[in-house]
Ligand binder design. Structure first.
Ligand code: GLU
Length: 293
């Protein structure tokens, strides 16, 4: 019998270098590395730095120092998203060409004012799983001519997915395979819950959702291991993967590490920051124990 070479599993840790790593990141990075090792797979590092205003080379260097201290080794060099804006543009163009994305001109303040005005009449406004209001239909319903004119005049804009249209072009119901700490098995995706998500921002030539699916595909990621805070975002990722003809990895959303008050850890890591804990004399083994590994 001919032995068919099995594709090696590929894992990635994908932090945004916009702050110092904390215990939550340590759990994510260690789980990824441990699962890669246990399955004979590869472990990659990706710097998700599309937000050029908040991401810095200093934070990036800090991430590498923290990971090395934890005893984690990754394939060099890491992929840096800001080096690959052209890849995200190609994906965006294919959605625009199919009429699945539209230019969105409202500022954050204008969206807020629109939603507040409607809510003040007693009509509820839909919110996404993170609690943000859906983008109003104002721009989705603009004529091609009007959009062309606004774009031509250099008006600042983002690009958003026409969610209803996008879902309508996908044939079968979307799902993903989940092995994490929440619900497991085949999970039905519900991208409509997100409304018209951003594909590229007015201040960044991509968005988290678009770049994460493009990169996972380009890097051949077979297993996405990340926090449960991104569980619902997977619905958007499955839709984009399907629209762009990209493969679906297996997903493992792990428990989150909360602070003493039960809140999600933030980037102003304070006493849960890995650099601070290191300075206090803790070892990498202590960190493993602290995150429950
Ligand atoms: N860059 C994201 C973060 O730092 C993680 C993205 C992902 O793992 O899909 O929260």
């Amino acid at each position: 019998m001919i032995a068919i070479p099995r594709q090696k599993p590929v894992f990635r840790f994908a932090p945004s270098p916009n702050g110092p790593l904390h215990l939550g990141h340590a759990l994510s990075a260690l789980l990824n590395r441990d699962m890669a090792k246990a399955s004979g797979g590869r472990f990659l590092l990706r710097m998700e730095d599309i937000d050029l205003a908040r991401c810095t080379p200093e934070f990036e260097a800090g991430i590498e120092t923290d990971l090395a201290w934890l005893g984690i080794d990754w394939e060099k060099p890491p992929r840096r998203q800001s080096d690959h804006f052209a890849d995200y543009q190609t994906a965006l163009d294919s959605l625009i060409d199919r009429g699945l994305a539209y230019p969105a001109f409202l500022t954050r303040g204008e969206v807020k004012a629109h939603v507040t005005a409607i809510e003040n009449t007693g009509t509820p406004w839909p919110r996404d799983p993170d609690g943000s209001p859906h983008y109003p239909p104002t721009d989705r319903t603009k004529s091609a001519e009007e959009c062309k004119q606004l774009l031509g005049s250099g008006q600042k804009h983002a690009w958003r997915l026409d969610m209803a249209k996008a879902i309508a072009t996908v044939e079968s119901p979307l799902a993903w395979s989940e092995t994490g700490d929440g619900e497991r098995g085949e999970i039905t995706a519900d991208p409509a819950a997100w409304g018209d998500v951003v594909l590229s921002r007015s201040d960044a030539p991509s968005s988290y959702h678009l770049s994460v699916v493009v990169d996972d595909a380009l890097q051949g990621i077979t297993h996405v291991v990340r926090g449960l805070d991104l569980y619902h975002a997977t619905s958007v990722h499955r839709l984009l993967q399907t629209l762009l003809g990209l493969p679906a990895p297996t997903y493992h959303h792990h428990r989150l590490i909360n602070d003493a008050d039960g809140r999600k850890l933030s980037k102003s890591a304070g006493d849960t920051g890995l650099a601070e804990l290191r300075a206090k004399g803790l070892s990498a083994t202590d960190i493993r124990h602290l995150v429950g590994l």
